[in-house]
Design a binder for this molecule. Structure first.
Ligand code: NDP
Ligand code: GDR
Length: 345
């Protein structure tokens, strides 16, 4: 049985990747942070109490800012494959918490690579390592962006992802480690964090439709993104690690839409008009914006045989219908007298 270790397992991608690897017969270990509230909501449907026995999913407390702990988790989980998804992944927040974002995103990757390097030398195992790179690394570079496009990052988050990317390349070249950098364009789902623009829109429009909220405050509506479905993208991560040689791959749909067009599509699905409920708030603009991301994933399609199954319209439909259902449940609770009740997705 192959063994995988996932950092960032409690996040959007971590939950889809866990489902995928378990269904492929893997034993999966995941790194989770200690929090004062439960942070495993995205895993609850697949997690079973270890006391019940037989579970192929095991969670370990840890943090990518704690190198000693990472080494212990490696020894305990004995992975064949590592997926490094842990990140302070919010671009806007990275301007407010620049040093912290660098510590997690850039130095966190370095700590894990160092731990894996020693683990490999001490045990003789050749662990395969996936690094969660981002289209944000292209930043201001003109579209379409491919593996050959020069990086021009526009935020502390993106600069840190560029550093992590180059650490990966450097450890491959220096120590012969099996490191693949995925350069994934935006991918969304009903499990997307609620402060990223797609989910913020689908969640708010659904609540507004049912009278649970009045307004939706947004920033720049003209930014264009190449949005895909997270469930499709985690398969590309796995495919990269099944190659005979490590390499770097862009993963994208090849279609870009503006935030305004996402609003149009979501409002159409919900049969409502967004223009009367959306207001622009300067606080959601970024000191430096990424205007136009459009990926060219020819290499992943030809070498890995990967292609997305869900298109833009299907993605919007999936997210709006999920959030409408959540809003309905919230409305039911309120009608039953649970004032202020929220329903978590
Ligand atoms: P999320 O924000 O949903 O999840 C991030 C994960 O990282 C969470 O599990 C979080 O834990 C964990 N984490 C944060 N800080 C630490 C830390 N210090 N130590 C350990 N774990 C930590 O991100 P996504 O699932 O959307 O993205 C996964 C990865 O892919 C990230 O690295 C992201 O930057 C990258 N990426 C994402 C894209 C996208 O469109 N979704 C596109 C390209 C790259 P907790 O739940 O406790 O907060
Ligand atoms: P992004 O995603 O920055 O591309 O990073 P996000 O959804 O945050 O922003 C996309 C675009 O929408 C504009 N925007 C707003 N964004 C947010 N969050 N909130 C708003 O109110 C709002 N109004 C307009 C933004 O300015 C931006 O142009 C995501 C993350 O998952 C990263 O971790 C990942 O690396 C990249 O995608 C690829």
């Amino acid at each position: 049985m192959k063994r995988a270790l996932i950092t960032g397992i409690t996040g959007q991608d971590g939950s889809y990747l866990t489902e995928f690897l378990l269904s492929a017969g893997y034993h999966v270990s995941g790194l989770i942070r200690r929090a004062s509230t439960f942070n495993t909501g995205r895993l609850d449907h697949i997690y079973s109490d270890p006391h019940d026995g037989g579970s192929r999913l095991k969670l370990h407390y840890g943090d990518v800012t704690d190198g000693t702990g990472l080494r212990r988790v490696l020894e305990a989980s004995m992975p064949d494959e590592i997926y490094n998804l842990a990140a302070q992944s919010h671009v806007r927040v990275s301007f407010d918490q620049a040093e912290y974002s660098a510590d997690v995103v850039a130095t966190g990757t370095l700590r894990l690579l160092e731990a894996v390097r020693d683990y490999g030398e001490n045990t003789g195992r050749r662990v395969r390592f996936y690094q969660a790179g981002s289209s944000e690394m292209f930043g201001a570079a003109a579209p379409p962006q491919s593996e050959g496009t020069a990086f021009h990052p526009r935020s502390p988050y993106a600069v840190s992802k560029v550093a992590a990317h180059w650490y990966g390349v450097n450890y491959r070249e220096s120590y012969g480690m099996f490191v693949c950098n995925g350069i994934l364009f935006n991918h969304e789902s009903p499990r997307r964090g609620e402060t990223f623009v797609t989910r913020k829109i689908t969640r708010a429009l659904a609540r507004i439709k049912l009278g649970l909220q009045e307004k939706l405050f947004l920033g720049n509506l003209e930014a264009r993104r190449d949005w895909g479905f997270a469930g499709d993208y985690v398969k590309a991560m796995w495919m990269m690690l099944q190659q005979s040689q490590p390499d770097d791959f862009v993963v994208s749909t090849g279609e870009a839409y503006s935030v305004r067009e996402f609003l149009d599509a979501a409002a159409e699905e919900l049969d409502m008009d967004w223009k009367s409920v959306v207001e622009i708030d300067q606080r959601y603009f970024r000191p430096a914006e990424v205007d136009y991301l459009l990926g060219d994933s020819t290499k992943a399609r030809t070498r890995l045989g990967w292609k997305p199954a869900v298109n833009f319209r299907e993605l919007v439909r999936m997210m709006t219908s999920n959030d409408l259902e959540l809003a309905r449940r919230e409305e039911t609770l309120r009608q039953a007298g649970h004032v202020g009740a929220t329903v978590l997705g």
